[in-house]
Design a protein around this ligand. Structure first.
Ligand code: GDP
Ligand code: MG
Length: 356
């Protein structure tokens, strides 16, 4: 899973990237007239997995992972319809976005629009994504119109045209595609290849220098708002745990914000975690919400899905309460045998029985 860190110039994208990944990319660099992408993969923090590690003493503990890409090159001119093709192509490959918005005062860092105004800045990039999607939708509609007489499969053609007309109406009304409630999962899947930017989930990240962040209203689906003191967190990310705790106390930062943002971006992508445990390895896996036991089996190993017989499922809380003893959870009826269509819940510990 890959999340793109986007935002206006000097909003703190690279600073946030450093805070989340522990990298030390140079900040304060203006990227103009080209695209610059830096990526790093991080573990998704999970206290439950930490606990399972303590209970099972495996040789290794493997976290779910998310990749962050710092995407520089969104110029100020973006508000003049300047989201160029190569940039759009880069953005289209992302599974979702962290949209960094400047909420810090710093006279040494010029703001491309002079004043600090998070709501305005969110609107600028959102409008650009909408416009970019609208152009893509209208190009497709034009194409469909040209192919009208050539196509052999009239029904499919009509269906696709109807979907794109719905997208067009929605975008023309200035609404991001992720707000469309009447798109079925099937339709969303079919649209994936187009990489529509306003269809992707987004976490607005207010980059503030205050312990209490400004309020921002962002009433959209598959979206969220978070705040971080990115500059301080980026410095903390370079420290060992002990020094980091002291540093946080000094700045009144109550919990590791970077860890919370990583966790939230994972949830935003519509993913849940399930676990596998053993002497060798304790591991968190990600699965789209709604995924079945068979999907989970296939995530772990294709053979598990091919030869799937059933899955023993134990909720994490029950296993932790039993001190990791399956004999106990089985005796108490907390470990259930489930078939292939069982819908996996966040925190399920799963053992797959299979035969190939
Ligand atoms: N005072 C203050 N400065 C910040 C903060 N975040 C970033 N900066 C500074 O703002 C400038 C731009 O940050 P950078 O991460 O490079 O922004 P980008 O252009 O979006 O990648 C750098 O000089 C940072 O040091 C912050 O929270 N507080
Ligand atoms: Mg940068």
């Amino acid at each position: 899973m890959r999340l793109g860190i986007i935002g206006l110039p000097s909003s703190g994208k690279t600073t946030l990237f450093n805070a989340l990944t522990g990298e030390a990319l140079p900040t304060g660099q203006l990227v103009t007239g080209r695209i610059e992408v830096h990526s790093a993969t991080v573990n998704v923090p999970d206290a439950r997995l930490d606990r399972l590690g303590l209970l099972f003493h495996p040789r290794k503990t493997v976290y779910a992972q998310v990749t962050y890409s710092d995407i520089g090159g969104v110029d100020k001119g973006v508000s003049e319809g300047a989201l160029a093709g190569p940039l759009r192509n880069e953005l289209a490959q992302m599974d979702g976005f962290l949209h960094v918005v400047r909420a810090f005062e710093n006279d040494l860092v010029p703001h491309p629009y002079e004043t600090v105004d998070p709501a305005r800045d969110v609107g600028i990039l959102d409008a650009e994504f909408l416009l970019s999607d609208l152009i893509a939708v209208e190009n497709r509609l034009e194409r469909l119109d040209q192919d009208r007489h050539k196509t052999a499969d009239k029904a499919t053609h009509a269906r696709e045209q109807a979907v794109f007309e719905r997208l067009q109406a929605h975008l023309t009304a200035d609404k991001p595609l992720r707000d469309m409630e009447d798109l079925t999962d099937e339709e969303i899947k079919a649209l994936r290849g187009y990489g529509f930017l306003s269809l992707k989930p987004v976490l607005i990240v207010l980059n503030t220098d205050q312990p209490t962040p400004p309020a921002l209203d962002y009433p959209h689906r598959r979206s969220g708002v978070a705040a971080i003191q990115a500059q301080i967190e980026a410095e903390i990310a370079q420290l060992n745990e002990e020094d980091a705790a002291l540093f946080r106390a000094e700045y009144g930062i109550e919990e590791p914000t970077a860890a919370r943002i990583i966790r939230r971006s994972f949830e935003l992508l519509g993913l849940l975690s399930f676990f596998t445990v053993g002497d060798d390895e304790v591991r968190a896996w990600m699965l789209p919400v709604g995924g079945t036991a068979l999907d989970a089996a296939g995530t772990v190993h294709t053979d598990f899905a091919r030869g799937f017989i059933r899955a023993a499922v134990t909720p994490f809380d029950d296993l932790a309460a039993a001190g990791g003893r399956f004999a106990e959870t089985r005796a108490a009826g907390k470990t259930r045998m489930e078939g292939r269509n069982y819908v996996v819940r966040d925190g399920d510990v799963i053992e797959v029985f299979f035969n190939v």
